[in-house]
Design a protein around this ligand. Structure first.
Ligand code: SF4
Length: 240
């Protein structure tokens, strides 16, 4: 398992790049998203009526020595935006953490809140956009603004070999970082395809694409548990 103290308050290589989870949580760069986050107070759903919302940017979570990085789009309004941990407390998270448990990346299959004892092994989870967006749709400018945090998280995670992007937005965000690093000539040279495996010349990371584990995709059969198992088997094989 990773060292949680390292993850709880991490630093990057030099003082200029120094950053902590607190720093991400305090970001207010996108006016619209910062304001929207703060509109959440208490859950309307009676099952979670006692919840107090995190209601600010949600930093990544997991094993600081991970070889596998999972990137989603953004916090769920009543999931990560409520609990303060990526994919925790909503339908997509239920599917994701159950799969991580089945494939030996997590010590428990249910992800309820930040204090549930969840420990991730060799995987780190984050979102391309750290604030919940209205209708789950960040603008292009918001996606670009938040790339800086994703970039810094990746810089911190020295051991990452595989990046698993959940959905086209997360996929495009990662490809944009590779483009900024000069390893992608054109964004459309990397078309999103579920199960696709992508390499970047001069990079030690491999990108794997998957449909998002959203409740909608699961309910409509776009994605199934069998497809998810096949995906993680592929990831395991790529990790070697
Ligand atoms: S989306 Fe990202 S850049 Fe924008 S306010 Fe939230 S944390 Fe900051």
């Amino acid at each position: 398992m990773g060292d949680p103290s390292r993850v709880a308050f991490f630093f990057f290589g030099n003082m200029q790049n120094r950053i902590s989870k607190k720093e991400i949580a305090a970001c207010t760069l996108c006016e619209r998203l910062s304001a929207y986050c703060r509109t959440f107070d208490r859950a309307e759903n009676r099952k979670i009526a006692d919840s107090t919302y995190w209601a600010k940017p949600v930093p990544g979570f997991g094993d600081g020595s991970a070889q596998l990085l999972i990137i989603g789009l953004a916090p769920g309004a009543h999931g990560a935006n409520r609990t303060g941990r990526p994919f925790t407390g909503d339908g997509a998270g239920d599917v994701l953490y159950r799969a991580l448990f089945r494939h030996g990346f997590a010590n428990r299959e249910t992800s309820l809140d930040r204090h549930d004892g969840m420990r991730l092994d060799n995987v780190y989870i984050t979102n391309a956009v750290k604030c919940v967006p209205p209708q789950n749709r960040p603008t292009a400018a918001e996606k670009r603004a938040c790339l800086k945090w994703l970039d810094r998280e990746i810089a911190f995670l020295h051991g990452v070999k595989i990046v698993l992007a959940m959905g086209k937005d997360a996929f495009d965000s990662y490809v944009r970082l590779e483009k900024a690093a000069g390893r992608v000539p054109r964004l459309n040279a990397y078309p999103f395809q579920h199960g696709g495996v992508y390499h970047f010349e001069g990079s030690d990371k491999t990108l794997v694409a998957t449909y998002h584990f959203s409740r909608y995709n699961m309910n409509t059969g776009v994605l199934t548990e069998d497809m998810i198992d096949a995906l993680f088997q592929r990831v395991r094989a790529l990790l070697g």
